[in-house]
Design a protein around this ligand. Structure first.
Ligand code: NDP
Length: 335
């Protein structure tokens, strides 16, 4: 059983040395337990937060503990009557080949699911995040302008496509010309701006002649600065993530801009609301599965995965994601 543990806590950007690959015996399930073999491991930005020993909405990974992570797994051995050998299960094995579980928190998947990794992407947590954040907090209306950052990623690509289905004009912000081309030509966005361009602010303003009604915030930083002056009266900002700051070790330099931000929220009556997707499973997950299943079947929502082969490549892929190297939902094919 290969597994990556957290070897040390990063200061700033993680490095490969923060992770340690260990070999251990394949664990044996006790009575009531199952042995799960990892097929796919999801790599997600939130994992960076769990590497810090800092207060958050979830506890950190401890040093020498297996890195956490959502996984699609097969039941290899079962001493739990609810699961049979061969069952396909959504679990949280983390960054390792095998784990045992007493069944708590496991979600059964269709055993013959043709594309099981989608349960970690467009049909899973990131797709659900897009759905709840956009529809319930963003409340997009036909004809409105929606801007989404990290626009070709797991969450952002779904946000933009759902907004198009709701009749909005959709502008993406993404890292690089190739991602922007994909957002427009494949995902059907009206425009997409490369966040690395020096005139990001001007380009975004030109793409949003009627201002911005919904900004789906995935990144913060310079993109947020470009969005802020364009926000309309009664704009909504679902705050989903702020990946541009996940590796920051201090606040940015410069004058305190919070009075300007708060002033803008007040004068323009803007709603800016953070959300954590775990809160919404009970109330909205069924709606999401129904809608997204239909949209995928009808070809109305497309997805792209960035599949990395081999557990040994997980640290490099994860670090790459924090630099925008992934193109689509990042998953590791473990076995
Ligand atoms: P993505 O697949 O979008 O991958 C992350 C992307 O972030 C990169 O590809 C890159 O895209 C962008 N990025 C990386 N570094 C920077 C930077 N310095 N400045 C601007 N952009 C950067 O990841 P997800 O779709 O899984 O997640 C997107 C966001 O949603 C994250 O902030 C994540 O934390 C958040 N999230 C929040 C949840 C919640 O419950 N609130 C649940 C799930 C995700 P590019 O180069 O194209 O800009």
């Amino acid at each position: 059983n290969r597994r990556f543990v957290l070897a040390s806590r990063p200061t700033g950007f993680p490095t490969p040395q923060n992770f340690r690959l260990e070999e251990s015996q394949i664990p044996q399930p006790a009575e009531g337990e199952v042995l799960l073999r990892t097929l796919y491991l999801s790599l997600d930005p939130y994992m960076r937060g769990r590497m810090n020993d800092a207060p958050s909405y979830a506890p950190p990974v401890n040093i020498d503990e297996v890195m956490i992570g959502g996984t699609v797994t097969r039941v290899e051995e079962s001493k739990n009557p609810k699961f049979a050998v061969g069952d396909l299960v959504l679990s949280t094995n983390g960054w390792q080949d095998y784990a045992v579980s007493d069944g708590t928190g496991l979600a059964r998947l269709d055993n013959d699911m043709p594309h099981p990794s989608l349960a970690l992407g467009v049909m899973g947590m990131p797709g659900f995040t897009a759905y709840v954040g956009l529809l319930d907090i963003g409340e997009p209306k036909p004809g409105e302008t929606v801007v989404v950052s990290a626009a070709t990623g797991a969450v952002g690509s779904a946000v933009g496509q759902i907004a198009k289905l709701k009749g909005c004009r959709v502008i993406g912000v993404a890292g690089g010309a190739e991602k922007c081309r994909y957002a427009v030509e494949e995902l059907g966005f009206d425009a997409c701006i490369d966040r690395h361009e020096a005139d990001l602010k001007e380009q975004l303003a030109a793409a949003c002649p009627d201002g911005i009604d919904v900004y789906f915030e995935n990144v913060g930083g310079a993109v947020f600065d470009a969005v802020l002056p364009l926000l309309n009266v009664h704009a909504r900002i679902p705050v989903c993530g702020r990946i541009a700051s996940y590796n920051a070790t201090s606040l940015p330099d410069g004058p305190d801009r919070s009075p300007a931000l708060i002033g803008m929220l007040l004068v323009k009556r803007i709603k800016m609301q953070g959300f954590i997707i775990f809160d919404h499973y009970e109330s909205r997950y069924r709606d999401f599965v129904k809608d997204m299943t239909g949209w995928l079947a009808e070809g109305k929502v497309k997805y792209r995965e960035d599949v990395v082969e081999g557990l040994e490549n997980a640290p490099a892929a994860f670090i790459g994601m924090l630099n925008g190297k992934n193109f689509g939902k990042l998953v590791v094919k473990v076995s």
